[in-house]
Design a protein around this ligand. Structure first.
Ligand SMILES: NC(=O)CC[C@H](N)C(=O)O
Length: 248
């Protein structure tokens, strides 16, 4: 991947959907990454803002509110189109918005952007008081022996993986260590066979194509390895491929 950085793009524009939620924290982290590629961070509040971006981060917050504000800003369809062609990372509420389906939505339902072949359950680990932190083992990050502190705040649960034959494969990046969960989470998910290592409900981070899903909040830690992962593994390859397909 370092080769890609050396021979690849010298700069990129990463947008952060800044309608509601933890966008400022993502901004601070992306601006401090210190990679060999210049990252220009653009807060996205309009279609014009979105058009300048090579990639997008959709932060945590409240997915119903973000969807409503996106609708009012005329951003829903442009965001869906963006997801079809460019890398997007959704954390928590952002991850819900990128899901194909959602359960436990607020009364009246909510608009989704789709893009990822999963159904998520809003607040699937319980309510605000059942928010929790747990160390995650993430082999795909740099220094894989150093656990990544997962911050789960009214986080969604991956209810099911709904891959169709046309969908890109889903690469699981992290599962929650069930044995380390506080008791309340066991109660919320009891009888759901969380001990089964293949249970989709234990998936907390995955990649599909150049998109990244984290049901937790890397931007609320001091650890920038997920931000680095997104830039190096999702954004740079998409820029290199885009460029070479233009050349061809
Ligand atoms: N921390 C978060 O982003 C919480 C997500 C929130 N439960 C929602 O439905 O959007």
């Amino acid at each position: 991947m370092n080769e890609l950085i050396e021979n690849g793009p010298k700069s990129m524009v990463i947008g952060i959907l800044a309608l509601q939620g933890a966008f400022a924290e993502h901004q601070v982290m992306l601006q401090k990454l210190g990679l060999q590629v210049e990252i220009c961070v653009n807060l996205v509040r309009s279609v014009q803002d979105l058009q300048t971006c090579d990639a997008l981060v959709i932060p945590g917050g409240e997915s119903t509110t973000i969807a409503l504000l996106a609708k009012l800003s005329g951003l829903l369809d442009p965001l869906r189109e963006f997801l079809r062609t460019k890398p997007v990372w959704g954390s928590c509420a952002g991850a819900i918005l990128m899901s194909r389906n959602v359960t436990n939505a607020k009364k009246g339902g909510q608009d989704l952007l789709g893009g990822l072949s999963v159904t998520t359950t809003r607040n699937g680990w319980g309510s605000q008081i059942e928010s929790f932190e747990v160390p995650l083992v993430v082999q795909s990050l740099s220094q894989p022996d150093r656990p990544f502190q997962g911050v789960f705040i009214r986080a969604p649960v991956v209810f099911s993986v709904d891959l169709t034959p046309e969908d890109p494969p889903l690469q699981i990046i992290a599962r929650v260590p069930v044995q380390l969960l506080p008791d309340a989470q066991h109660l919320v998910l009891q009888n759901q066979n969380l001990a089964d290592p293949l249970n989709p409900r234990t998936i907390v981070a995955f990649r599909q194509g150049n998109h990244l899903f984290t049901s937790f909040h890397p931007e609320l830690t001091k650890d920038d390895r997920f931000h680095t992962y997104f830039v190096q593994e999702c954004v740079i390859p998409s820029l290199v491929t885009g460029r070479s397909s233009l050349i061809r």
